[in-house]
Design a protein around this ligand. Structure first.
Ligand SMILES: Nc1ncnc2c1ncn2[C@@H]1O[C@H](COP(=O)(O)OP(=O)(O)OP(=O)(O)O)[C@@H](O)[C@H]1O
Ligand SMILES: [Mg+2]
Length: 282
């Protein structure tokens, strides 16, 4: 479990706190989506999960190890993988496989073990055919997948991804989302920062951040029923959920706690059947 207590952080002195006494627990195997307006502190928060930043107030614990404790630093960095917003900032190798090998090499693993981990990680993200390519020749989506493979090769328990689908075309997005789903099924806890509401469909917990604190925390369906709060924060609802809210406003007795097109179409057709039944009977 990752436990965050009273976390405060500021880049420019205490008057400009970016994180404000933030509390959060992330349990093993969860799939958490993290949303919130620009500048609310999402990136700053996840940089605390693997001690890239350390708290100025409060504390962060990863499986019982405090991130300020130097003797645990290596193990914390192994357990919590970060996939940065801009993949170019994460790429270090001359070839894709060198890049993925970077983490396990730093762990000082035997070369046969490194080889195996790199091969497996590249297969896991579907990039094995690119092992010898120079990273700068890859597309944005492919670079993201390589960054994810680099983190995977560390056999992490938690992976935090900072807007991993930003700037990708629909096919690239789907590819990245599928890989994230797969990692979650493997038992890795996922913390996924996004601005795209359609990215949240796989998450079983949604965190809404606002000005350095967690404003809402719960099942996505429950949070999206708080239309007022979401709108106050300037956050959109998934299109499907928005449609159901609109139908409800116009008088339909319809469930709005729905996120997928399939569930929405079932809900709408059952309401239409009920309506038709009522009309037939009258
Ligand atoms: N290195 C830095 N030095 C100074 N201020 C910073 C630095 N990084 C972030 N900030 C400031 O801290 C605040 C929170 O930034 P952060 O990147 O954590 O937000 P975010 O929620 O990830 O935003 P976005 O959705 O735009 O990525 C912002 O006001 C930002 O300008
Ligand atoms: Mg950010």
């Amino acid at each position: 479990m990752i436990t965050i207590q009273n976390l405060s952080y500021s880049y420019n002195g205490p008057d400009t706190s970016v994180l404000k006494q933030l509390h959060l627990e992330i349990r093993e195997g969860e799939h958490v989506a993290l949303i919130g307006p620009n500048g609310c502190g999402k990136t700053t928060l996840i940089r605390h999960l693997n001690a890239l930043l350390t708290p100025q107030g409060g504390s962060v614990w990863v499986d019982g190890m405090e991130t300020t404790d130097q003797k645990h630093l290596k193990e914390i960095r192994r357990r919590v993988g970060l996939v940065f917003q801009n993949p170019d900032n994460q790429i270090v190798g001359m070839t894709v496989e060198e890049d993925v090998a970077f983490g396990p090499e730093n762990l000082g693993l035997p070369s046969a073990e490194i080889r195996q981990r790199v091969d497996e990680a590249l297969v896991e993200v579907g990039m094995e055919a690119f092992a010898q390519r120079a990273p700068h020749t890859l597309s944005g989506g492919e670079k993201r997948l390589v960054s994810i493979a680099g983190v995977l090769a560390m056999t992490p328990r938690y992976i935090a991804l900072d807007e991993p689908t930003a700037y990708l075309d629909p096919a690239g997005r789907q590819r990245v989302l599928k890989v994230i789903q797969k990692l979650h099924r493997r038992g890795i806890a996922i913390i996924h920062i996004t601005h795209d509401m359609n990215d949240l469909l796989d998450a079983n917990r949604l965190l809404v951040m606002d000005r350095g604190a967690i404003a809402l925390d719960g099942a996505p369906e429950a949070i999206f029923s708080r239309l007022d709060v979401m709108q106050d924060l300037g956050l959109q609802l998934p299109q499907v959920t928005l449609l159901l809210h609109r139908l409800r406003e116009s008088g339909w007795e319809i469930n709005t706690n729905i996120l997928t097109i399939e569930d929405a179409s079932t809900e709408i057709s059952s309401r239409m059947n009920a309506l038709k039944g009522a009309l037939d009977a009258s």
